[in-house]
Design a protein around this ligand. Sequence first.
Ligand SMILES: [Zn+2]
Length: 182
Amino acid sequence: MLSGNKELTAKDLLSRIKDSRYSSIITLLKALNRIGELDKVKVQLVNGASRNFNGRRAFYDASEKTVYVNTNAQYEDGNASSVLLHEILHSITVDRIQQNPELRKEIQEIMNEYQTVYYDSKYDTKLDSIDGHHAMEEFIADVWSNPETINNLKNVKTKENKNKSLWDRFKQFLHNLFSGIF
Ligand SMILES: [Zn+2]
């Protein structure tokens, strides 16, 4: 999956993700292909020893619009897809969230409701050094790339409407985030 030296884009990387665990979000993955800027996000496959990964298997550098993938990293079975998808999602959501206060408020509310049931320190804005932006970005990327988090979201009914789950609300959030794409 991670071999080859040619210049890759996030779009190329996305086309290599074929993981059956993502059957529940396959429509979302297909929709991602319609996001034009995926072509502009570069992907660098690098030897982990040559760049500081700080123990991470991959990361997104927003200033360089580049996803760095550590080719030395170890992946448990099927885990590479989840890690790569997570970084691709950062590459197309970070700017959008920072530029839109309403969407920030919306994802913050979804995240807070999630936290009351499935607390995770990663999504605790009080522990976050940069105004909760980082926690929100992690939450968005994790939800979309992790089937277990999606199941958790499906299990929580929203406070405002007992017929809706947090997953329904998250999908609506994505719809607004990528208006015209989904
Ligand atoms: Zn992340």
